[in-house]
Design a protein around this ligand. Structure first.
Ligand code: ADP
Length: 286
Protein backbone atom coordinates (compact mmCIF):
# COMPACT_ATOMS: atom_id res chain seq x y z
CA UNK A 1 0.00 0.00 0.00
CA UNK A 2 1.39 3.41 -0.90
CA UNK A 3 2.68 5.83 1.68
CA UNK A 4 0.16 8.58 0.84
CA UNK A 5 -2.83 6.32 1.43
CA UNK A 6 -1.35 5.07 4.68
CA UNK A 7 -0.95 8.59 5.99
CA UNK A 8 -4.48 9.50 4.81
CA UNK A 9 -5.85 6.52 6.80
CA UNK A 10 -3.72 7.39 9.77
CA UNK A 11 -5.19 10.93 9.76
CA UNK A 12 -8.73 9.51 9.66
CA UNK A 13 -8.00 7.06 12.48
CA UNK A 14 -5.97 9.57 14.49
CA UNK A 15 -3.53 6.72 15.16
CA UNK A 16 -0.30 5.68 13.45
CA UNK A 17 -0.40 2.55 11.37
CA UNK A 18 2.05 -0.12 12.49
CA UNK A 19 1.12 -2.93 10.09
CA UNK A 20 -0.85 -3.76 6.95
CA UNK A 21 -1.67 -7.33 5.88
CA UNK A 22 -3.80 -8.78 3.06
CA UNK A 23 -7.14 -10.43 3.85
CA UNK A 24 -8.34 -13.08 1.40
CA UNK A 25 -11.85 -14.20 0.55
CA UNK A 26 -13.42 -11.35 -1.43
CA UNK A 27 -14.28 -11.48 -5.12
CA UNK A 28 -14.28 -7.84 -6.07
CA UNK A 29 -11.92 -5.63 -4.07
CA UNK A 30 -8.53 -5.89 -2.38
CA UNK A 31 -8.89 -6.27 1.38
CA UNK A 32 -6.47 -5.52 4.21
CA UNK A 33 -6.15 -5.61 7.95
CA UNK A 34 -4.75 -2.33 9.23
CA UNK A 35 -3.00 -2.52 12.59
CA UNK A 36 -2.41 0.43 14.86
CA UNK A 37 -0.86 0.10 18.29
CA UNK A 38 -4.30 -0.10 19.94
CA UNK A 39 -6.63 -1.54 17.29
CA UNK A 40 -7.26 -3.48 14.08
CA UNK A 41 -9.29 -2.10 11.17
CA UNK A 42 -10.60 -3.60 7.96
CA UNK A 43 -9.94 -1.83 4.66
CA UNK A 44 -11.25 -2.47 1.16
CA UNK A 45 -9.61 -0.85 -1.86
CA UNK A 46 -10.87 -0.70 -5.41
CA UNK A 47 -9.56 1.44 -8.29
CA UNK A 48 -12.28 0.62 -10.84
CA UNK A 49 -14.69 3.16 -12.25
CA UNK A 50 -17.74 2.45 -10.08
CA UNK A 51 -15.82 1.65 -6.92
CA UNK A 52 -16.70 4.74 -4.91
CA UNK A 53 -20.42 4.27 -5.64
CA UNK A 54 -20.08 0.56 -4.83
CA UNK A 55 -18.51 1.28 -1.46
CA UNK A 56 -21.06 4.01 -0.71
CA UNK A 57 -23.91 1.60 -1.30
CA UNK A 58 -22.16 -1.10 0.76
CA UNK A 59 -21.71 1.39 3.63
CA UNK A 60 -25.32 2.43 3.27
CA UNK A 61 -26.51 -1.20 3.35
CA UNK A 62 -24.44 -1.97 6.46
CA UNK A 63 -25.94 1.05 8.20
CA UNK A 64 -29.48 0.18 7.06
CA UNK A 65 -29.16 -3.32 8.54
CA UNK A 66 -27.49 -1.95 11.69
CA UNK A 67 -30.45 0.37 12.31
CA UNK A 68 -32.89 -2.56 12.46
CA UNK A 69 -31.17 -3.75 15.68
CA UNK A 70 -31.66 -7.34 14.57
CA UNK A 71 -28.19 -8.46 13.51
CA UNK A 72 -24.83 -6.76 13.77
CA UNK A 73 -22.75 -5.24 11.00
CA UNK A 74 -19.22 -3.81 11.24
CA UNK A 75 -19.17 -0.09 11.96
CA UNK A 76 -18.09 1.96 8.93
CA UNK A 77 -15.40 4.55 9.74
CA UNK A 78 -14.77 6.10 6.33
CA UNK A 79 -15.78 5.78 2.70
CA UNK A 80 -13.81 7.96 0.29
CA UNK A 81 -11.35 8.08 -2.61
CA UNK A 82 -7.60 8.62 -2.46
CA UNK A 83 -5.76 9.27 -5.74
CA UNK A 84 -8.32 7.42 -7.93
CA UNK A 85 -8.63 4.48 -5.54
CA UNK A 86 -11.85 4.18 -3.57
CA UNK A 87 -11.61 2.89 -0.03
CA UNK A 88 -13.97 1.65 2.64
CA UNK A 89 -12.62 1.54 6.17
CA UNK A 90 -14.49 -0.25 8.93
CA UNK A 91 -14.26 -2.04 12.23
CA UNK A 92 -12.27 -5.31 11.98
CA UNK A 93 -14.25 -8.33 13.15
CA UNK A 94 -11.98 -11.02 14.51
CA UNK A 95 -13.81 -14.14 13.44
CA UNK A 96 -13.74 -17.86 14.23
CA UNK A 97 -15.16 -20.96 12.53
CA UNK A 98 -18.88 -21.14 13.40
CA UNK A 99 -20.19 -23.69 15.92
CA UNK A 100 -23.69 -25.17 15.74
CA UNK A 101 -24.96 -22.61 18.24
CA UNK A 102 -23.49 -19.75 16.19
CA UNK A 103 -25.36 -20.96 13.09
CA UNK A 104 -28.50 -21.17 15.20
CA UNK A 105 -28.08 -17.53 16.28
CA UNK A 106 -27.39 -16.46 12.72
CA UNK A 107 -30.65 -18.16 11.62
CA UNK A 108 -32.65 -16.57 14.45
CA UNK A 109 -31.23 -13.11 13.81
CA UNK A 110 -31.73 -13.33 10.05
CA UNK A 111 -35.38 -14.21 10.76
CA UNK A 112 -35.62 -11.03 12.87
CA UNK A 113 -34.14 -8.99 10.00
CA UNK A 114 -36.79 -10.56 7.76
CA UNK A 115 -39.51 -9.19 10.02
CA UNK A 116 -38.55 -5.61 9.05
CA UNK A 117 -41.16 -4.72 6.47
CA UNK A 118 -41.81 -1.91 4.01
CA UNK A 119 -44.69 -0.71 1.85
CA UNK A 120 -43.06 -1.48 -1.49
CA UNK A 121 -40.61 -3.92 -3.02
CA UNK A 122 -37.21 -2.41 -3.85
CA UNK A 123 -35.43 0.50 -2.20
CA UNK A 124 -35.24 4.26 -2.66
CA UNK A 125 -31.75 3.84 -4.11
CA UNK A 126 -29.97 1.42 -6.42
CA UNK A 127 -26.93 -0.61 -5.44
CA UNK A 128 -24.62 -3.33 -6.75
CA UNK A 129 -24.46 -7.10 -6.77
CA UNK A 130 -20.76 -7.93 -6.99
CA UNK A 131 -19.71 -5.05 -9.22
CA UNK A 132 -22.82 -5.24 -11.42
CA UNK A 133 -25.48 -2.55 -11.13
CA UNK A 134 -28.60 -3.70 -9.27
CA UNK A 135 -31.73 -1.62 -9.84
CA UNK A 136 -34.04 -1.26 -6.85
CA UNK A 137 -36.80 0.71 -8.58
CA UNK A 138 -39.81 0.23 -6.34
CA UNK A 139 -42.85 -1.85 -7.30
CA UNK A 140 -46.11 -2.71 -5.59
CA UNK A 141 -45.89 -6.41 -6.42
CA UNK A 142 -43.08 -8.91 -6.03
CA UNK A 143 -43.84 -10.32 -9.46
CA UNK A 144 -43.21 -6.95 -11.13
CA UNK A 145 -40.14 -6.28 -9.04
CA UNK A 146 -38.54 -9.69 -9.56
CA UNK A 147 -39.32 -9.74 -13.26
CA UNK A 148 -38.32 -6.21 -14.19
CA UNK A 149 -35.55 -5.36 -11.70
CA UNK A 150 -33.95 -8.77 -11.26
CA UNK A 151 -34.39 -11.37 -14.01
CA UNK A 152 -34.91 -9.16 -17.07
CA UNK A 153 -31.82 -6.91 -16.65
CA UNK A 154 -29.49 -9.89 -16.06
CA UNK A 155 -30.96 -11.82 -19.01
CA UNK A 156 -30.49 -8.72 -21.18
CA UNK A 157 -26.89 -8.28 -19.99
CA UNK A 158 -26.12 -11.96 -20.67
CA UNK A 159 -27.42 -11.53 -24.23
CA UNK A 160 -25.36 -8.37 -24.74
CA UNK A 161 -22.26 -10.20 -23.53
CA UNK A 162 -23.06 -13.13 -25.87
CA UNK A 163 -23.34 -15.46 -22.90
CA UNK A 164 -26.94 -16.40 -23.76
CA UNK A 165 -28.63 -16.54 -27.14
CA UNK A 166 -32.09 -15.13 -27.89
CA UNK A 167 -33.32 -18.70 -28.17
CA UNK A 168 -32.07 -19.54 -24.69
CA UNK A 169 -33.89 -16.56 -23.10
CA UNK A 170 -37.61 -17.11 -22.58
CA UNK A 171 -39.86 -14.15 -23.46
CA UNK A 172 -40.82 -11.99 -20.46
CA UNK A 173 -44.54 -12.83 -20.74
CA UNK A 174 -43.71 -16.55 -20.49
CA UNK A 175 -41.63 -15.98 -17.33
CA UNK A 176 -44.43 -13.85 -15.90
CA UNK A 177 -47.05 -16.57 -16.52
CA UNK A 178 -44.94 -19.22 -14.79
CA UNK A 179 -44.14 -17.05 -11.78
CA UNK A 180 -47.68 -15.85 -11.08
CA UNK A 181 -48.81 -19.01 -9.34
CA UNK A 182 -45.60 -19.27 -7.27
CA UNK A 183 -45.56 -15.66 -6.07
CA UNK A 184 -48.61 -15.47 -3.82
CA UNK A 185 -48.90 -13.73 -0.45
CA UNK A 186 -45.38 -12.24 -0.50
CA UNK A 187 -44.47 -9.29 1.74
CA UNK A 188 -41.52 -6.89 1.26
CA UNK A 189 -38.94 -7.47 4.01
CA UNK A 190 -35.38 -6.26 4.39
CA UNK A 191 -32.89 -8.62 2.74
CA UNK A 192 -29.12 -8.90 3.02
CA UNK A 193 -29.32 -9.49 -0.71
CA UNK A 194 -26.11 -11.51 -1.27
CA UNK A 195 -26.04 -14.03 1.56
CA UNK A 196 -23.37 -16.56 0.59
CA UNK A 197 -21.02 -18.13 3.13
CA UNK A 198 -18.37 -15.41 2.59
CA UNK A 199 -20.80 -12.69 3.64
CA UNK A 200 -21.28 -13.38 7.31
CA UNK A 201 -18.73 -13.57 10.10
CA UNK A 202 -18.97 -15.07 13.56
CA UNK A 203 -16.88 -13.01 15.96
CA UNK A 204 -14.63 -14.63 18.56
CA UNK A 205 -17.37 -14.20 21.19
CA UNK A 206 -19.98 -15.89 18.95
CA UNK A 207 -21.76 -12.78 17.65
CA UNK A 208 -23.03 -13.07 14.05
CA UNK A 209 -22.20 -10.18 11.70
CA UNK A 210 -23.46 -9.57 8.17
CA UNK A 211 -20.96 -8.06 5.72
CA UNK A 212 -20.98 -6.93 2.08
CA UNK A 213 -24.77 -6.59 1.68
CA UNK A 214 -26.83 -5.65 -1.39
CA UNK A 215 -29.94 -4.60 0.57
CA UNK A 216 -33.50 -4.07 -0.66
CA UNK A 217 -37.02 -5.07 0.36
CA UNK A 218 -37.98 -8.34 -1.26
CA UNK A 219 -39.15 -11.87 -0.59
CA UNK A 220 -37.34 -13.32 2.42
CA UNK A 221 -36.67 -16.63 0.64
CA UNK A 222 -34.19 -14.80 -1.63
CA UNK A 223 -31.61 -14.80 1.21
CA UNK A 224 -32.28 -18.47 1.90
CA UNK A 225 -31.90 -19.26 -1.81
CA UNK A 226 -28.48 -17.57 -1.95
CA UNK A 227 -27.37 -19.29 1.25
CA UNK A 228 -28.12 -22.65 -0.41
CA UNK A 229 -26.61 -21.95 -3.82
CA UNK A 230 -23.13 -23.30 -3.12
CA UNK A 231 -23.61 -26.12 -0.64
CA UNK A 232 -25.68 -24.41 2.04
CA UNK A 233 -25.07 -23.39 5.64
CA UNK A 234 -25.26 -25.75 8.63
CA UNK A 235 -28.66 -27.39 9.23
CA UNK A 236 -28.97 -25.61 12.60
CA UNK A 237 -29.15 -22.29 10.70
CA UNK A 238 -32.17 -23.49 8.67
CA UNK A 239 -33.87 -25.13 11.68
CA UNK A 240 -33.61 -21.89 13.66
CA UNK A 241 -34.78 -19.78 10.71
CA UNK A 242 -37.73 -22.07 10.00
CA UNK A 243 -38.86 -21.93 13.62
CA UNK A 244 -39.93 -18.38 12.61
CA UNK A 245 -41.04 -18.90 9.02
CA UNK A 246 -42.54 -22.10 7.69
CA UNK A 247 -41.88 -23.53 4.24
CA UNK A 248 -44.85 -24.19 1.94
CA UNK A 249 -45.40 -26.42 -1.10
CA UNK A 250 -43.85 -23.82 -3.45
CA UNK A 251 -40.77 -22.93 -1.36
CA UNK A 252 -38.42 -25.31 -3.21
CA UNK A 253 -39.47 -24.02 -6.63
CA UNK A 254 -39.20 -20.38 -5.53
CA UNK A 255 -35.74 -21.03 -4.11
CA UNK A 256 -34.56 -22.28 -7.50
CA UNK A 257 -36.18 -19.30 -9.22
CA UNK A 258 -34.29 -16.97 -6.86
CA UNK A 259 -31.06 -18.93 -7.36
CA UNK A 260 -31.51 -18.29 -11.08
CA UNK A 261 -30.92 -14.57 -10.46
CA UNK A 262 -27.64 -15.27 -8.67
CA UNK A 263 -26.58 -17.76 -11.34
CA UNK A 264 -27.25 -15.13 -14.01
CA UNK A 265 -25.18 -12.66 -11.99
CA UNK A 266 -22.36 -15.23 -11.80
CA UNK A 267 -22.66 -15.88 -15.53
CA UNK A 268 -22.36 -12.14 -16.20
CA UNK A 269 -19.52 -11.66 -13.71
CA UNK A 270 -17.43 -14.79 -14.17
CA UNK A 271 -18.43 -16.20 -17.58
CA UNK A 272 -19.44 -19.40 -19.28
CA UNK A 273 -18.84 -21.89 -16.47
CA UNK A 274 -22.31 -20.87 -15.18
CA UNK A 275 -23.99 -21.25 -18.58
CA UNK A 276 -25.11 -24.88 -18.09
CA UNK A 277 -26.88 -24.27 -14.77
CA UNK A 278 -28.55 -21.08 -16.04
CA UNK A 279 -29.89 -22.81 -19.14
CA UNK A 280 -31.14 -25.83 -17.21
CA UNK A 281 -33.07 -23.61 -14.73
CA UNK A 282 -34.52 -21.58 -17.62
CA UNK A 283 -35.68 -24.78 -19.31
CA UNK A 284 -37.05 -26.28 -16.11
CA UNK A 285 -39.26 -23.32 -15.18
CA UNK A 286 -40.05 -21.47 -18.41
P1 ADP B 1 -15.54 -8.33 -1.69
O1 ADP B 1 -16.50 -7.15 -1.75
O2 ADP B 1 -14.32 -8.12 -2.51
O3 ADP B 1 -16.25 -9.65 -2.01
P2 ADP B 1 -15.74 -8.79 1.19
O4 ADP B 1 -16.47 -7.63 1.75
O5 ADP B 1 -16.53 -10.04 1.00
O6 ADP B 1 -15.01 -8.39 -0.18
O7 ADP B 1 -14.49 -9.04 2.11
C1 ADP B 1 -13.49 -9.99 1.80
C2 ADP B 1 -13.21 -10.91 2.99
O8 ADP B 1 -12.70 -10.12 4.06
C3 ADP B 1 -14.47 -11.57 3.55
O9 ADP B 1 -14.76 -12.82 2.97
C4 ADP B 1 -14.15 -11.69 5.03
O10 ADP B 1 -13.48 -12.91 5.26
C5 ADP B 1 -13.20 -10.55 5.30
N1 ADP B 1 -13.91 -9.40 5.94
C6 ADP B 1 -14.88 -8.62 5.40
N2 ADP B 1 -15.25 -7.65 6.24
C7 ADP B 1 -14.51 -7.82 7.36
C8 ADP B 1 -14.43 -7.12 8.61
N3 ADP B 1 -15.17 -6.03 8.86
N4 ADP B 1 -13.56 -7.59 9.52
C9 ADP B 1 -12.78 -8.65 9.26
N5 ADP B 1 -12.80 -9.34 8.12
C10 ADP B 1 -13.64 -8.94 7.16
Amino acid sequence: MNHGLKSCLSTILKESIVGVSSVHGGDISKAYRIDTSNNFYFLKLNGTINAEKMFQSEAYGLQWIHETNTIKTPKVLACDTFEDTAFLLMEFIESKPPLTKDFKNLGLQLAELHKCTSKDFGLHQDNFIGNLAQSNTQHKTWLDFYMHERLAPQLELAKQKHLLTNGECPPIHKIEDSLKSLFTDIKPVLLHGDLWSGNYLISKDGTPYLIDPAVYYGHREVDIAMSKLFGGFDISFYNAYESNFKRDENTSARIEIYQLYYLLVHLNLFGRSYHGSVVSFLKKYF
